[in-house]
Design a protein around this ligand. Structure first.
Ligand SMILES: [Zn+2]
Length: 173
């Protein structure tokens, strides 16, 4: 990357993707681009009480899972973290309007079928389109390049766990 030219990481750090606009977010540094893919990641806090533990709800449309909602364990506030119908590359361009039909929410379950309880949450976005090209697409549509991610990833961590689990993802492009 040439000096003076912002990277997708710089752009997203300065203004996180719209998808997270209802949360307090903290930028989490991620490794540099590898195999042409750049990850950008944020840890979420409740916009009302600033607590950092959530219950996770999965949104599903007729065709399958397509979104994530986080419910604050402390004050009960519910906010959407990601919705494939409106977020990411295809969502931003309106390619997935059909996913708005018949949406319902249910607790996201772990491998054993138990609902995830009181987890810290990170949202990660990945980008594989070269930034110059992404900026052209964004400019034409009056969007920010950081909103045109091609994957959304949800990471969670329970209070007693040491590491983060990648629990949910959606391909947006
Ligand atoms: Zn709260």
């Amino acid at each position: 990357m040439q000096p003076g030219i912002p990277s997708i990481v710089d752009l997203a750090q300065a203004k996180p993707p719209q998808s997270l606009s209802n949360f307090q977010v903290r930028f989490v540094p991620t490794p540099p681009e590898s195999d042409g893919v750049q990850f950008v990641s944020f840890e979420l806090s409740c916009p009302i009480c600033l607590a950092g533990a959530f219950q996770i709800l999965e949104l599903s449309a007729t065709l399958g899972p397509m979104g994530i909602v986080a419910r604050c364990r402390q004050c009960g506030r519910e906010e959407q973290v990601f919705n494939a119908a409106t977020d990411g590359y295809d969502g931003s361009f309106g390619h997935l309007e059909f996913l708005k039909e018949g949406v319902s929410a249910a607790p996201l379950e772990d491998d054993t079928g138990a609902a995830l309880e009181a987890v810290q949450v990170r949202a990660a976005f990945s980008y594989s389109i070269p930034l110059a090209e992404l900026m052209e697409h964004a400019q034409d549509a009056h969007l920010d390049p950081q909103d045109l991610f091609d994957w959304f990833h949800l990471l969670t961590k329970t209070a007693d766990a040491e590491g983060w689990d990648w629990v949910w993802e959606f391909e947006c492009a």
